[in-house]
Write a protein that binds this ligand. Structure first.
Ligand code: PEP
Ligand code: MN
Length: 261
């Protein structure tokens, strides 16, 4: 990883709403898979805030494997995110799929999420780097560590030092879980580099019953935070309900994580 050596000493300051986002790490980002509508999103936001989450998640642009599945509320979703975040006072992490949408989204979201399917989308990475928003790059589902770190280098080379990684599981021969959550990568990156790594145990397992244990395992592996799909009524989630946890479960994870700080 020779030309990644500069990453070893590089410091990362993730500034969100004029505060150091990772000051009190591990941080918790929680919320639904998709923004489903104003009322539900506001309700989830208020409840995850009360549970102690540091930020809200929720996709307006959804990269679905099947074109027949819910594709997200797109610009209407961004409008909802802006309204809810101003009302509730939590920063929002949301995925952008298209370089043409980046400029437009800047005023509505606080952290740009680059999804697993777009880790190799260099036009999107370059466009996202031009903003002054922090960027969280999810690991490509078949990406090596080196490829993932190079994606982060695209942001840094583009002039934006506010970058985090997000481990979300990789594809392996194992099919009893949706993905194989690679905590080796988290241990290795946090041992070797200073770039923060968030873990997404929701997509990493695809199974809500495994999220609590894998959240704790992620913290022990060295994660700077967790991103967890959470809903006030998990079974009513429009997308990814199998891996979405309840507010109660989120509270138990947050309490446990806080007890380890
Ligand atoms: C998500 O977090 O909303 C998502 C689509 O995840 P991934 O890109 O990891 O599949
Ligand atoms: Mn999802």
């Amino acid at each position: 990883m020779d030309n990644l050596a500069s990453l070893k000493n590089m410091k990362f300051n993730i500034n969100v709403m004029e505060k150091d986002f990772l000051k009190d790490s591990p941080v918790i980002i929680a919320g639904p898979c998709s923004v489903e509508g104003y009322k539900v999103y506001r309700d989830v936001a208020l409840k995850v805030k009360e549970a102690g989450a540091n930020a809200l998640r929720g996709g307006a642009f959804k990269p679905r494997t099947s074109p027949f599945e819910f594709q997200g509320l797109a610009f209407e979703g961004l409008k909802i995110i802006k309204e809810v975040k101003e009302e509730v006072g939590l920063p929002v992490v949301s995925e952008l799929l298209d370089p043409r949408d980046v400029e437009m989204a800047v005023g509505s979201i606080d952290i740009i999420q680059i999804g697993s399917r777009n880790m190799y989308n260099y036009s999107l990475l370059k466009e996202a780097a031009k903003t002054n928003l922090p960027i969280m790059i999810k690991r490509g589902m078949a990406a090596s560590l080196k490829e993932w770190l190079y994606a982060a280098m695209y942001i840094i080379e583009g002039g934006n030092r506010s970058v985090m990684l997000c481990e979300r599981g990789i594809r392996t021969f194992e099919n009893s879980t949706r993905n194989t959550l690679d905590l080796n990568s988290v241990a290795l990156i946090s041992h070797k580099y200073k770039i923060p790594v968030i873990v997404d145990p929701s997509h990493g397992t695809g199974n809500r019953d495994l999220v609590y244990n894998m959240s704790l395992a992620s913290i022990f592996a060295g994660a700077s935070g967790l991103m967890i799909e959470t809903h006030t009524d998990p079974n009513a989630s429009i997308s990814d309900k199998e891996q979405t946890i309840s507010i109660e479960k989120l509270k138990s994870i947050i309490n446990k994580v806080n007890s380890l700080k």
